[in-house]
Design a protein around this ligand. Sequence first.
Ligand code: NAD
Ligand code: MLT
Length: 528
Amino acid sequence: MKIIIADSLPDSAAALLREQGWTVDARAGRPAPELLDDIADADGLIVRSATKVTKALISAAPQLRIIARAGTGVDNVDLGAAEENGILVVNAPGANSISVAEHTCALLLALSRHIATADNQMKRGLWEKKSLRGAELRGKTLGILGLGRIGCEVARRATAFEMTVVAYDPFISTQLAGDLAVELLSLDELRTRSDYVTLHIPSTAATVQLIDRAWLTQCKPGVRIVNTARGDLIDEVALLEGLTSNQVAGAALDVFQVEPPMNEELIGHPNVVATPHIAASTKEAQELVGVETATCVRDFLKSGMVRNAVNFPTVSPEESKQLQPYMVLAERLGSLLGQLTDDRVEGVGVRYYGELSEKKHDMLVGAVLVGLFKQVLSSTVTLVNARSTADQRGVEVVESQSSRSRDFTSLISVKLYTNAGERWAEGAVFAPNEPRLVLLDGVPIESTLQGTLIIVKNSDQPGVIGEVGTVLGKHDVNIATFALGRGPSGAVGVVNVESNDESGQLKDQVIEELQEIPAVSDTRTVRF
Ligand code: NAD
Ligand code: MLT
């Protein structure tokens, strides 16, 4: 396993991955062409904000399975290209929230008390008390845009300063806001009531340049603005105009449209406090972020456990552990049916019975589709792009569930709808964690789902088992298990075999001779 750490991360992150015996290439700031070469055989990539994970970089990494952003915002990762290539993208949300919230408070205070200007003057030997008269935070209204992880932490701290805290966040409940003593307002109300506005929203198509000329013009005169979220949320030209006209009394910026910023006039403005994107740069946050990111990468590459996913539904470690054997079962059922059909697949139906009916179906259906498509597609299909692969191929996916437990605590039933009819398989997990087939094309049968299986369809008459055994024996093929099932339309045999041939492969002749047995109507080999 090879992991590239392309930006600066604490040593503990690399150490955690090296403990697995993996190769970790941790070098920040390497030139882009070098990174393109290094990533060619990498399984994982970890970045902070400096490295831009572009389509070109992703295309240069055919083995890449996970991109981890050591931080919150994933705007430096081309999520579309990652999904197209079936690459999981994870981040470390929350690990740096406290640091960012504290930095936001530092900026609120710095703005109100002219800390940066005062310090600068002192260093130049000046003692200009009069020009440095500040304003208290107490009694002022703080408008928070985005009451997420960081917004909430800022709200808690602002309340301690005895500020009135209001917020705009259409995706948050009034209950949560009420618990924080925050009043939820419309964007317009927030703008006209706030003495200070602080931004804690992501950069999206809906939020880019949200703070533009019109917005600033309609704010309370003398508003002070803090941005520790993303630079492109603010129109910097409009902000400078607002500062020049005194409509905006001050701005504290940690993030910029272009970083490092080009807008010298804005940075140099006397009422601007600027920091170089350091809100999350504390020893504590970087340690937490680094370890959390490396742990996500390790757990995914080692055992397929998905956490903090940006482009896939995420589950708790405990839930992931419970789901794991069913993920294997789901993938094997998809793979089995994919190998049993030569016809055009038009739809897939997945039904969950029993306890499984309450679990994360997106992951299970994803596993069925991975099993199915990896038989037929040359491109990489993973949990991340399994659904979109089905959509692109016009394969309809229908899911359903029933709390009825049938004969097993949980059961997965998969039907493949093809232009030539249906194929149907059901499976359950037997103790300790073994995926088992329990029904094939309506015939109850109990077979393992591993190694090599020969699946024989035959008419239900005496002597067939003997004949199958004779052909296999003749070709030196060991039978590990032989499962039989009988249904109204005939019998099914599932033979788990081991070939003694040097190549370990079953010769075509074996299948041909099985096919010649008069009672046998169809013989297939399935491999997992
Ligand atoms: P979060 O996802 O927990 O919270 C974002 C909140 O914004 C959510 O509650 C969401 O409902 C809300 N939101 C989304 N679109 C909105 C809209 N159009 N209007 C109003 N609200 C909207 O994110 P977070 O971890 O709190 O991070 C917030 C921001 O801080 C992000 O932009 C992140 O990239 C940035 N950040 C910066 C630094 C730094 O070093 N400066 C560090 C960490 C995070
Ligand atoms: C983040 O999104 O976490 C921040 O921008 C911090 C960073 O990684 O620099």
